[in-house]
Design a binder for this molecule. Structure first.
Ligand code: G4P
Length: 297
């Protein structure tokens, strides 16, 4: 689902998260491991404030494992606890509980020293639409419980969901907006399917993807689409269009008169990318994360 975010939505979404923060011990900030920076909310540090936070790099099954390790190190260097997970299949999810204990160690020790039995840690999942919030809630709960209606400003009764471990989750996640004013971020969000491509031109998104992939994943492109002479860099739009045209020709994406149907060719490329048919691909490295978000505020 595509959400059109307006300033009013953002204010309401933020207020709702701030209300929920009062109830919880720890925030799970869900990012897309393929685009950890672009799937991050620009005001997250300000919104979460001093609450203990665990960054979860979700969809790690689709991301380049080497890049995911680099992103983990990057966030650790910024003082965050992180974990790569695949909420669909459950990989890494069982390690969340250990990370939460680390994050809340002081609090737990204080409770123990007072002779109190530590209660379950109360957690809130936050993230942009489509990052996998409901999938993770259902995975942690062991059944389908996540509230649907991924819309800013939709409030409903909140419930605590017990998980198999000592974590209780709020059933309604906090929905955040991405930094979509930046065209590169918009292209990355569209490439991974976080925003629907109608918002942007699908052939432009495909050209962006080709330019990004050619230097790092050129072999994968050449092999999948039988491209014999793919250059290691596509310096301009024209060179990317030529590759898209070659893909279209190989895949029979033809319009009338023997012309290539660029939109169809773009659809082939983006479907392959999103479904993992091109292999595990990350679209941005931590070198592109210029500064900790919020540092300039
Ligand atoms: P949201 O609540 O944050 O909006 O996201 P949701 O859980 O609905 O997940 C969005 C899509 O991402 C779903 O695809 C879901 O299966 C997929 N997904 C979530 N976590 C993972 C993961 O770790 N790995 C992979 N490969 N996929 C994941 P969908 O049901 O097919 O929906 P659609 O977006 O294709 O319509």
């Amino acid at each position: 689902m595509t959400i059109q975010w307006f300033p009013g939505h953002m204010t309401r979404a933020r207020r709702q998260i701030e209300e929920k923060l009062k109830l919880i011990d720890v925030v799970f900030e869900l990012l897309d491991a393929r685009i950890p920076q672009s799937s991050r909310n620009p005001m997250i540090d300000e919104i979460v404030g001093g609450k203990p936070r665990l960054i979860l790099l979700n969809k790690a099954d689709l991301a380049d494992a080497e890049q995911t390790t680099r992103w983990n190190k990057h966030f650790k260097a910024q003082g965050h606890e992180t974990l790569a997970i695949d909420a669909s299949n459950g990989t890494g999810v069982k390690d969340i509980s250990g990370k939460v204990k680390e994050l809340l160690r002081e609090k737990i020790e204080r409770q123990l020293s007072k002779g109190l039995k530590p209660r379950a840690a109360r957690a809130l999942i936050v993230g942009i639409p489509n990052v996998g919030k409901s999938t993770l809630i259902n995975r942690l709960a062991g059944r389908n419980v996540a509230a649907t209606g991924d819309r800013p400003g939709v409030t409903k009764g909140q419930q605590w969901i017990r998980t198999g471990s000592d974590i209780e989750l709020l059933d309604t996640p906090g929905i955040l907006w991405p930094r979509f004013e930046d065209p590169e971020v918009g292209n990355r969000l569209a490439a991974t399917g976080a925003i629907k491509e109608e918002v942007l031109h699908i052939d432009e998104v495909a050209c962006f993807v080709l330019k990004e992939l050619a230097p790092r994943y050129g072999d994968v492109l050449s092999e999948r689409y039988g491209l014999d002479s793919l250059p290691s860099s596509l310096p301009d739009l024209q060179s990317a269009i030529e590759v898209l045209e070659a893909i279209g020709r190989r895949r029979g994406c033809l319009a009338g008169g023997g012309h290539i149907d660029y939109e169809k060719a773009a659809g082939v490329l983006l479907r392959d990318l999103r479904s993992g048919k091109l292999g595990r691909i990350t679209l941005e490295g931590p070198e592109e994360a210029m500064e900790p978000i919020g540092a300039s505020e």
